[in-house]
Design a protein around this ligand. Sequence first.
Ligand code: ATP
Ligand code: MG
Length: 436
Amino acid sequence: MEFVSIQTAIQQAINQKKEVMEKVSLRGWCYRERKSAKLAFIVLRDDTNTIQCVIERAIVSLETWTFAEQVCIESSIWVQGTLHEDKRAPTGYELHVTNMGIYQLAERFPITKDQSTEFLLDVRHLWLRSRELTNVWKVKAEVLRAIREFFLHKKYYEVTPPIITASSCEGGSTLFKIKYFEDEAYLSQSAQLYLEAMIFSLKRVYAITPSFRAEPSKTNRHLTEYWHLEGEEAFMNFEQLLSLEQELISFICTWVAEHAEEALKILGRDPEDLKKIITPFPRISYEEALEILKKDGIDVMWGKDLRTVEEEALMKHYDKPLLVTRYPKEIKAFYMKDDPNDKRVVLCCDVLAPEGYGEIIGSSERETDVNILIAKLKAQGEKPEHYNWYLDLRRFGSVQHSGFGLGVERVVRWLCKLESIRDAMPFPRTIKRMTP
Ligand code: ATP
Ligand code: MG
């Protein structure tokens, strides 16, 4: 028996303009079933689509009818039969079964309608087969593919930084400590410092790695383990960095709209909306952000970071991603370069997604002077000797350079219109959960 996917079978029938196609063999899982004395209806599901299969007792063998009677939700099965055009069917076709078999008869499936979010997370290993989540995985795979395509065009090298590290990058409070033989180590929060080292060898590098943050708060946009795309380029100035980020986001949106069109539609995202995410994106400084907020009646003191509520209020004014630049240096990392025109701020940029999905990129031009770096580390209460290898990068051929970090699940959440970032991960890790 030669099996094809449900989508391939339907597409073949459409291409050959056939109302009936004989001897089609499909396999997958029972999505729904309903039976009467004479007829059984099984909706078969595979990775590509679903199709209704009809089994008529009067015309199939006793063996096949017995199988049809036994089948329950999530049993794995194969079916063989004739594909018939049926205008009423959701996919336009139906399978009239001549023969079928069961690989494994499922036990009673624990997931039924209207179950709590917590229960669905407990049975995540089963729930991830759901129609909604299956389509999220498809979109996510295309986001990752888009990223790799983009950087191929841009002549970047993909590199593999370490996950086990001895020092922090984004601040000690969200570090996961692990035992490393006799020593202590940490799970990486960001590969940035390592990527900075690699530009002296490869000039343009990017990495897609897991990042770990012991985020103490429960929000819809924080995971404790997420996939982080980071890029770094030698000789790149701040303006070029901003262009690269916009191009990247626009490329991902167009790519996904074209390569995951069906999945997006099922998730309630119109692919046409994503095709409108084209450059240039609106751009404002932190200072301008405060002015806009003030007009909306929201007072943020200069020097304070923008919180989720403020970002949301800001984004009411925009329907494309927004670049917010030049934050006060006190609230940003030590490696960010001071703005030569205003020493109070740094050459950094956060990209905020539209529709209230929040920050998707953090980025900056990097400080190149070893003495300024040392002073900044000290000012933040860090010991410069902990960063000796990193400081060496400024001692041996230091050059202007810039880079960014993008949260893959943050982007997937936005593109798929997900309520929570958890659903952008097959097995999400959050403050309360690390199973299954
Ligand atoms: P936030 O203010 O939202 O916590 P951050 O300023 O801590 O973000 P960065 O340190 O700049 O974020 O990390 C780079 C990118 O990684 C962010 O723009 C975001 O897309 C993503 N990111 C950061 N923390 C998380 C997390 N806990 N879960 C998922 N993605 C994250
Ligand atoms: Mg954070």
